[in-house]
Ligand binder design. Structure first.
Ligand SMILES: Cc1cc2nc3c(=O)[nH]c(=O)nc-3n(C[C@H](O)[C@H](O)[C@H](O)COP(=O)(O)O)c2cc1C
Ligand SMILES: [Fe+2]
Ligand SMILES: [Fe+2]
Length: 387
């Protein structure tokens, strides 16, 4: 697929409709796109390559778009294997081609490619590369999503080549809104590095941007203001929605029944938004996304081996690694002999910053009785005071 973005810039990326798992852990409903671009000027620049799964198709797209021309530069914004699998083949075919990347990427380069580093030129913050009418300016974007990442800006066509920033799961043509899969992508892939994303947004604010060309997902243009606004909210760890996300891990189904009761109670009492997940079944990455999205989180789990049921401890581990923070959390446990879930969940929450745990907790003694329901109603009231 070769698509014209501007007069001189082509999309030469690849859609993979078959892949169902990304980076060994993210389930894909609508495949994945490995994006790459070509700038045809006096000099010709290739912007990144693709994943090995798609590298042959990427090369065919490139050759078609080159239409007999010879590339002068390969700009490597990100060295991760999903973007660097075509480097060696490209350098083998085009002997005069020079690779341009960050200092960090140059240091890591021999671990990823056989191409001699003598063909690699590194650039620093603010360095430029003139292609003729187009001049690229490079900006370092460490930890979005790896340390060697940089982005580049073409001042002629006002294009930001944003690496993994502003990317999403799904093929470019997936029939879905941008924010859902971009949010899941953001919190799971770059969520830990909010400060670094804020730094990049500050740099982007000073640029006049008509197109954002990320390494995954669609090219963005009209929606840039709303996308920037969402990235601002996400990178500041601010909730996008006032509302409650209930995450439940139940062995025998009693806690699940309580979770469903609490969901209904919140809805009946007028909670602006209630989301719900069964941690034993649902996609953990989606559950991470939903925790960040909402202002309030309710964790509900069975006691288990003097701790908490594994899907919940697993979930909390994910939240810790993504530096989940600044939210109000309520706790509900189930116990048949020695309550241990609330205590264990609390200890995990203490490892996070800015978490307010509600004093009101509910400890269910196996079955969801009327007395338990009354307590859950009380908990719903308590949550609604700050939602
Ligand atoms: C392997 C296993 C370990 C458990 N460990 C504990 C425990 O340490 N303390 C406790 O009170 N209950 C423990 N339980 C019991 C459950 O927490 C209890 O039956 C609870 O009511 C289950 O709620 P649920 O129906 O939502 O799963 C354990 C259950 C299983 C299967
Ligand atoms: Fe990446
Ligand atoms: Fe990527």
């Amino acid at each position: 697929m070769e698509v014209r973005i501007t007069d001189d810039i082509r999309y030469i990326g690849v859609n993979d409709y078959d892949v169902d798992l990304f980076e060994g852990q993210y389930m894909l409903e609508n495949g994945m796109a490995y994006n790459s671009y070509l700038i045809l000027d006096e000099k010709v620049a290739v912007m990144d390559t693709a994943d090995k799964i798609a590298v042959d198709r990427w090369f065919a797209n490139l050759e078609a778009a080159l239409d007999g021309r010879t590339p002068d530069y390969l700009i490597v914004h990100h060295l991760e294997p999903d973007h660097s699998a075509g480097i060696d083949a490209l350098c083998e075919k085009y002997h005069g081609l020079q690779i341009v990347c960050s200092d960090g990427a140059l240091r890591m380069f021999p671990n990823f490619c056989d191409t001699p580093v003598s063909r690699v030129k590194s650039v620093k913050e603010g360095d430029t590369l003139c292609l003729g009418a187009h001049t690229l300016t490079f900006y370092m974007a460490p930890m979005i999503h790896w340390p060697e990442v940089m982005v580049s800006y073409d001042s002629k066509d006002k294009v930001l080549f944003s690496a993994d920033a502003f990317g999403k799961f799904g093929t470019v043509d997936a029939d879905e809104g941008w924010s859902c899969e971009a949010r899941r992508y953001y919190f799971n892939i770059v969520g830990k590095y909010g400060k670094q994303v804020e730094n990049l947004l500050k740099k982007a604010e000073n640029l006049d941007i008509d197109f954002i060309c990320p390494l995954h997902g669609p090219v963005l243009s009209e929606t840039i203001p709303e996308v920037m606004k969402l990235y601002k909210t996400w990178s500041a760890y601010e909730p996008e929605d006032r509302g409650v996300f209930i995450a439940c891990a139940s062995i025998h189904g009693n806690t699940l029944e309580a979770a469903e009761y609490l969901k209904e109670a919140l809805e009946n009492k007028g909670c602006p938004r209630v989301a719900f997940a069964d941690l034993t079944r649902d996609d953990i990455a989606e559950c991470v996304e939903d925790a960040f999205r909402h202002s309030h989180l309710v964790l509900m789990a069975s006691s288990y081996d003097a701790g908490v049921f594994a899907p919940m401890s697993d979930y909390l581990h994910h939240l810790i690694t993504k530096t989940f923070r600044n939210r109000t959390v309520a706790l509900v446990e189930n116990t048949s002999w020695a309550p241990s879930a609330i205590k264990t969940m609390k200890a995990e929450l203490e490892k996070m910053q800015g978490i307010t745990v509600l004093d009101k907790t509910v400890s269910i003694k196996t079955r969801v009785t009327d007395a338990v329901k009354a307590e859950l109603d009380e908990l719903a009231e308590e949550l609604l005071k700050t939602v």
